[in-house]
Design a protein around this ligand. Structure first.
Ligand code: PEP
Ligand code: MG
Length: 900
């Protein structure tokens, strides 16, 4: 094999060709099996076919590369020698599993085949050698069923029908009633189905079986559900999957055998104790499928769950002890919570998989904080471990503890958070109603990977069956959806679209609430409570604030927003959109009056009404912010958002202005723009109507004086001019502001400190930043408009084609969500450099939507902005993301120093 490309990496028996670092090539599962083998843990021997082979397979019209067959043959022999059996041997057959394993975990999305190596001949060998005929025939029929479904496309249902019919005929209730001879009869019937459906027999050649399975796993990389999962989780198609072929171990060899899944800490709460479930005398898929209710691993968990089924700790104490020790080894080695699959075959423990466990956001916080306190990781590691965008989940309401709950039933608290919505029974309906803007709860007996789109669309998921590690629970936790699983009192009739519990029958469209933290299923809607920053969350934020360089401000237009943002730790207001202060129905009239005024007098009359409202708003904002910086932007109303539209609105406004509706309509028509986003807005309004800027400046300065008196802290307003393209625009408006400031200072006999700056939202302004900084004391990047004008795509209309652009890979993300670092970002960088070359202390911030997006925040750190500003609910996300960005840039500069 020397010199040839290495397609296959072996593992098991205390050593491996690969390691955990090689997940790109070996996939997560393959890399971790190698790592566990290197750690000397009991891993059944096997080998991994690399992801490169998968990519080559697709590139070459689904052909395997030359040389692969030899490498696979050699490695199959290696497995056989290690376990003392031979693939295809009639008296001592080796059985293997064939599983997928991509770089990112994609639970249940791709195909798996177990018990490969059985045919009419080897099954007899297995029966004699194991001394357990029933086990041998049961394994063979499972294999036929799985292989036919995955490789030959003969669906499960065909076999299940036969089985059900057979059980019925023979008066059997359970699969365990079926004898060895029954299975043998059923095997013949299973094979006959395959013959009938395909016109050829079920393959008896083991080589053919093996290659059929390997190809099927590669093919499953592109099945519909894997594609959907990749799309939802931003996993590139180019990663490909590896294939793991591994000696089978059996958890279904009687009462001393078992199979289970475990987490080294609780994935739902983050509690530090080992947490998991197992089934005696079962194969791995049985646990995940959620068909039998699993038992707890530890005695403590059993007692807490009130289960009367014995724990692993009690039924298999030796294996349990070894398992606990391995969990410690793995957690210390990976320095992270592990998700583990294991099997016990006749008392002997085998490790089948480990990976960093998926967890809820509260669990992620608790685990990170605990591990830092335990000294397992540093505080900076703890900060970097949390995906900043995930915090969003904690910032959503939970059920108000004081609210009255009409509890229908209680299931398992599978994924925390609460949600109310209309009941739907199918994933397609969930998707449809979501598209109509409805909140829905997906109610199912159990979920499967085919349901993934509906789970994503649903606000919450409720299942009648399945444990805490069932598909529903695992997937919901990963998605951050509240989930109650295993609510076994529910009787679901998917056909009639009804669900019954506690004698109450609800139908599709009825509202229910689920509480994923307690497992409660509640009839109707329930009062929710706003979230707060406490406990582990607050602790992590405290650590993040220590390492963060950039400040985090908020975009707030109302006292309520400002208060919420302060609670979340905002360090000032980065953008107050003054036009948003007029959205209230009682205020919009004054604003409209100003907009439609035909002369200065008319405008001044309207402005005189507006001034006291503005002043009062500003006083409140300044008071709430208690001396923290507050940036107030002069009016920037895209006219189409403020003009009266319909007949009623026009008549109403005409009445209040005491003019003829027809006259008003003519004025509205005159003001209507083809392209309002590029129209008479921003500073252009103040250039044509200076009295607007005058009024606003007066309101701001008068409020600053008043709030300064009330709070005893000087208020230093930052006045920001929107949408400038030239220095001259800013000069003219700054002159107005300075004049008004002087007037107010004189009239109130109070000195006011203030700054005048500008938004950089147009490419021309970015390019001319050097001269603009002669006038501007600060820049705030309005990346919403800057993205719109750099790309030349309308903020209001991009929805029509954005999806196509994302699909075609033209955009890797929506540029209005995550900043286009190389285009729009380049302009921001250039404007920052040019601005600071003129004024070295020039304050720089960002207040477009990107200010709350972690990837964009990382970019802002690299170009040295002073602060980011985002909506109140994203302030914690931004605090964490800014800290992560600071850590990353520190690491990068250390590395640069080392490299020199
Ligand atoms: C911007 O353009 O980025 C901005 C913050 O202003 P607005 O969204 O109000 O246009
Ligand atoms: Mg803007």
């Amino acid at each position: 094999m020397s010199g040839a490309q290495k397609f296959v990496y072996r593992f098991g028996a205390g050593k491996a060709d690969g390691s955990a670092e090689m997940r790109e090539l070996l996939g997560g599962k393959g890399a971790n099996l190698a790592e566990m083998s290197n750690l000397g843990l009991p891993v059944p021997p096997g080998f991994t076919i690399t992801t490169e082979v998968c990519n080559g397979y697709y590139a070459n019209g689904k052909k395997m590369p030359e040389g692969l067959v030899d490498q696979v043959d050699e490695s199959v022999r290696y497995i056989g020698e290690t376990v003392g059996a031979t693939l295809g041997d009639a008296t001592n057959p080796l059985l293997v599993s064939v599983r997928s394993g991509s770089r990112a975990s994609m639970p249940g999305m791709m195909d798996t085949i177990l018990n490969l190596g059985l045919n009419d001949e080897t099954v007899e060998g297995l029966a004699i050698r194991s001394g357990d005929r029933r086990f041998a025939y049961d394994s063979y029929r499972r294999f036929i069923q799985m292989y036919s479904n995955v490789v030959l496309d003969v669906k499960h249902e065909n076999f299940e029908e036969i089985l059900e019919h057979y059980k019925h005929q023979n008066g059997y209730d359970l699969d365990t009633d079926i004898t060895a001879d029954d299975w043998r009869t059923l095997i013949e019937q299973y094979k006959a189905v395959v013959q009938r459906k395909l016109g050829k027999p079920f393959p008896q050649n083991i080589e053919e079986q093996l290659w059929g399975a390997i190809s099927a796993v590669f093919d499953s990389w592109n099945n519909a559900r894997a594609i959907k999962y990749r799309e939802l989780n931003h996993i590139p198609e180019s990663w490909g999957t590896a294939v793991n072929v591994q000696a089978m171990v059996f958890g279904n060899r009687g009462d001393t055998s078992a199979t289970g899944v475990a987490f080294t800490r609780n994935p739902s709460t983050g509690d530090g104790r080992l947490y998991g479930e197992f089934l005696v005398n079962a194969q791995g898929e049985d646990v995940v499928a959620g068909i039998r209710t699993p038992q707890n691993i530890t005695e403590v968990a059993r007692v807490e769950a009130g289960s009367d089924k014995p724990s692993l700790e009690t039924v298999m104490p030796e294996a349990f002890k070894e398992f606990v020790a391995i969990c410690h080894t793995l957690e210390n080695h990976y320095r992270d919570m592990q998700d583990i699959e294991f099997t016990i075959q006749e008392g002997k423990l085998w490790m089948l998989q480990c990976r960093n466990g998926k967890r809820t956001t509260p669990a992620a916080l608790r685990i990170a904080v605990d591990m830092a306190n335990e000294g397992l990781i540093s505080r900076e590691d703890a900060i970097s471990r949390i995906e900043a965008a995930q915090l969003d989940q904690l910032l959503h309401p939970t059920i108000d503890p004081k609210a009255k709950r009409n509890i229908l039933t209680i299931g398992l608290p599978a994924s925390p958070g609460a949600a109310s919505g209309e009941i739907v029974f199918s994933p397609d309906d969930a998707e449809k109603l979501k598209a109509l803007g409805k909140s829905v709860i997906l109610v199912r007996n159990e979920t499967s990977p085919e349901d993934i789109h509906g789970m994503h669309a649903a606000a919450g998921i409720l299942t009648a069956r399945g444990g805490m590690t069932s598909h529903a629970a695992v997937v919901a936790r990963g998605m951050g959806r509240p989930c109650v699983s295993g609510a076994s009192a529910l009787r679901i009739n998917a056909e009639l679209k009804t669900v019954t519990a506690s004698g109450v029958t609800l139908k599709e469209g009825d509202i229910i609430t689920i509480d994923g933290s307690t497992g409660q299923v509640i009839q109707g809607e329930v009062a929710m409570r706003q979230p707060e920053l406490t406990g582990d969350f607050a602790k992590l934020m405290e650590w993040a604030d220590v390492v963060r360089r950039m400040k985090v401000r908020t975009n707030a237009d109302t006292p309520r927003d400002a208060e919420q943002a302060r609670k979340f730790g905002a360090e000032g207001i980065g953008l107050c959109r003054t036009e948003h202060m007029f959205f209230d129905t009682d205020r919009i009239m004054a604003m409209r009056e100003m907009i439609v005024a035909t002369d200065t007098d008319g405008r001044r009359t309207a402005l005189a009404k507006i001034l006291p409202m503005q002043r009062q708003d500003f006083i409140e904002l300044f008071e709430i912010m208690q001396g923290l910086p507050v940036t107030i932007r002069l009016l920037d109303p895209p006219l189409h958002e403020f003009l009266p539209h319909g007949h009623t609105e026009i008549v109403e406004l005409a009445q209040s202005l005491d003019i003829d509706p027809a006259t008003l309509r003519a004025r509205v028509n005159q003001l209507t723009e083809q392209n309002p986003m590029l129209g008479h807005r921003g500073c252009r309004l103040a250039i044509t109507y200076p009295e607007i800027a005058e009024m606003q400046a007066a309101a701001i300065f008068e409020a600053a004086v008043e709030a300064g008196k009330r709070t005893g802290k000087p208020v230093v307003p930052e006045i920001m001019v929107p949408l400038i393209a030239t220095k001259k625009e800013l000069d003219i408006i700054k002159d107005i502001i300075v004049r008004v400031a002087n007037d107010v200072q004189l009239a109130t006999a109070t000195k006011i400190d203030y700054q005048v700056g500008t938004m950089i939202e147009l490419p021309r302004a970015a390019l001319r930043a050097g001269e603009i900084a002669e006038t501007a004391e600060f820049f705030s990047f309005g990346t919403n408009d800057l993205t719109q004008t750099t790309y030349g795509i309308s903020r209001d209309d991009s929805g029509a084609f954005l999806g196509d652009y994302l699909k075609a890979g033209i955009y890797s993300a929506d540029p209005f969500v995550s900043i286009d670092t190389v285009g729009v970002g380049e302009l921001v960088k250039l404007a920052s450099e040019r601005g600071r070359a003129t004024r070295d202390k020039l304050k720089l911030g960002i207040c477009g939507e990107h200010g709350g997006d972690p990837a964009s925040i990382a970019f802002c750190e690299t170009i040295g902005l002073d602060y980011v500003s985002c909506s109140p609910f994203r302030v914690p996300v931004a605090r964490l993301a800014a800290a992560q960005a600071a850590i990353a840039s520190k690491k990068a500069s250390n590395k640069n120093l080392e490299d020199r």
